[in-house]
Design a protein around this ligand. Structure first.
Ligand SMILES: C[S@@+](CC[C@H](N)C(=O)[O-])C[C@H]1O[C@@H](n2cnc3c(N)ncnc32)[C@H](O)[C@@H]1O
Length: 108
């Protein structure tokens, strides 16, 4: 899949998963398990291939400190707009998830 081209022509059907009950339920299950018995803030979360940050935003709203990494600037631009509307803080980094040491992702 050429994601740069996909985002350039407005093809990003994976963003619709955010409103599909099955995906949302799985997300709730996974993070509910991780958060069980704890109170926010939960710590750092790295969203690899974050796209337009639909899941990162959900994580940030739950109390995670999210960094999103993607190598398509158009996706990150969409994410930045979405983040602004959601009123959360997420750090977005343009980088290759297969070469994170070369990216600007904080190692700590
Ligand atoms: C199917 S989309 C999913 C996006 C997002 N996680 C979501 O669920 O909405 C895959 C994403 O991974 C990104 N991606 C693919 N290979 C990547 C790489 N090597 N480094 C960084 N991002 C990558 C693409 O640009 C695209 O935004």
């Amino acid at each position: 899949m050429n994601y740069g081209l996909a985002y350039a022509v407005g093809f990003h059907p994976w963003e619709d998963a955010d409103t599909e009950p099955g995906f949302v339920a799985k997300f709730e299950e996974l993070f509910g398990r991780e958060e069980k018995g704890r109170t926010p803030p939960f710590g750092k979360a790295l969203d690899l291939g974050c796209g337009s940050a639909i899941w990162g935003i959900r994580l940030a709203k739950r109390g995670w400190e999210v960094t999103g990494v993607d190598n398509v600037q158009k996706a990150l631009d969409r994410g930045q707009a979405r983040i602004g509307k959601a009123g959360v803080e997420i750090r977005l980094v343009n980088g290759d998830v297969t070469a994170l040491t070369k990216s600007d992702v904080d190692a700590n």
